[in-house]
Design a protein around this ligand. Structure first.
Ligand SMILES: *Cc1c(COP(=O)(O)O)cnc(C)c1O
Length: 368
């Protein structure tokens, strides 16, 4: 069986001393030693000024919106994991879906302005598959209309453009360290922000709003990361570059073998971007390939290869959101097309060359 991803697990033997140390310290959560260490290590690795750790990648989205006191409508992408829109809804806000670019799968900046109303106060784009959004264009629109920008950067761990982390774009960026992501702390996440005062407030917010022992200054929530997962995260940082390197080899093999196949498209790398190779989506054109996306997806399953159709269905077609005016397929033609064509092929650090060959062979057999 080959799954779309495999968690990056640090060597167990190396983890035991950390556990022992945590047991000796008898401090297992609430801003402990390893929590502080991981924040420092991640700031350095990711080249960002401030980071706050969280228990998962969804609470950061919710807190970022809270911290910026976002009201009314938030412009967002339907082509993402459902948590992006859920976080907007949980803040009592209205998501407004805008279509995406075919080349990147990201929010199309040329379509944002038409969706802005008097109620719009923020934009929440996603760097889908780790492809950087057009952050310059998005920022210029945000500046023109006085909007905040919160990037859901769950796929963009370590992604840089011209040597600068894309996590520094916008007002805040959020990360997920879920087991299925390139870098994981089992469950976990973070907010990246640009100043010390904001980080301080975010840290209060993830601990019920406590500012010191006897003062609650903000209506907070519990979003804290514990010591065990922090230590696991520190250890995993030692292996992340190697894992990304292996993913890159897998992606290059796919690209080489699937090149020039009518009916199969994949996304291209830009020279100025350092990617993390989180996902390898291919887009299947049924007419040109002779086989539809879902048939290919099932065929791969028959061989024990579990690819995933990220992101199908679109968030906008799930029942809580499908009645929004912006959720109509007419408003989202490109996202609808991508969702109907996409298959994310297995890509992870443990995948072997011959396994990738086998996956490619199955795809090639479907070519008419
Ligand atoms: C994984 C993911 C999340 C949610 O992260 P969790 O850590 O699972 O809560 C949010 N947005 C996107 C785009 C994701 O892929």
């Amino acid at each position: 069986m080959i799954t779309v991803t495999q968690p990056l697990l640090p060597p167990l033997q190396e983890f035991f001393p950390y556990l022992e140390d945590i047991w000796n310290r008898k401090w297992i959560t609430n801003n402990g030693f390893y929590h502080t260490e991981l924040e420092k290590a991640l700031c350095e690795y990711l080249k960002v000024p401030y980071i706050s750790l969280f228990t998962n990648g969804t609470i950061p989205l919710m807190i970022a919106l809270q911290k910026l006191r976002i009201t009314g409508e938030v412009i967002t992408t339907p082509f993402s994991f459902v948590a992006t829109t859920h976080a907007i809804w949980w803040n009592g806000l209205t998501p407004v879906f805008v279509d995406v670019e075919e080349e990147t799968g990201n929010l199309d900046p040329t379509k944002i302005e038409d969706a802005i109303t008097k109620q719009t106060t923020a934009i929440m784009p996603v760097h889908v598959y780790g492809n950087p959004c057009n952050t310059e264009k998005i920022q210029s629109i945000a500046d023109k209309y006085g909007l905040k920008v919160i990037y859901d950067a769950a796929h963009a761990f370590g992604v840089e453009k011209n040597g600068i982390s894309i996590l520094n774009a916008g007002d805040m960026s959020t990360l997920s360290f879920h087991a299925t992501k390139t870098y994981n702390t089992i469950e976990g996440g973070a907010i990246v922000c640009q100043n010390k005062e904001t980080k301080k407030q975010i840290d209060y917010m993830k601990n019920f709003g406590f500012e010191g022992e006897s003062e609650v200054s903000i209506p907070g929530i519990n979003g804290k990361m514990d010591e065990i997962r922090s230590a696991y995260g520190i250890l995993n940082l030692n292996y992340i570059d190697e894992a990304i390197g292996k993913r890159k080899i897998v992606v290059e093999q796919y690209r080489k073998e699937l090149r020039n196949i009518p009916g199969i498209r994949y996304m291209q790398d830009l020279d100025e971007v350092k990617y993390n190779y989180s996902y390898f989506p291919i887009f299947v054109n049924k007419v040109k390939l002779g086989t539809g996306r879902d048939i290919l997806y099932e065929k791969l399953k028959d061989y024990g290869i579990f690819s995933r159709r990220y992101f199908y269905p679109l968030i906008s077609s799930f029942s809580p959101y499908r009645n929004l005016v912006s959720a109509s397929e007419n408003n989202l033609p490109i996202a609808t097309k991508l969702a109907s064509e996409v298959i994310c092929l297995p890509t992870h650090h443990g995948l072997e060359e011959k396994e990738v060959d086998m996956i490619i062979d199955i795809i090639l057999k479907e070519k008419k």
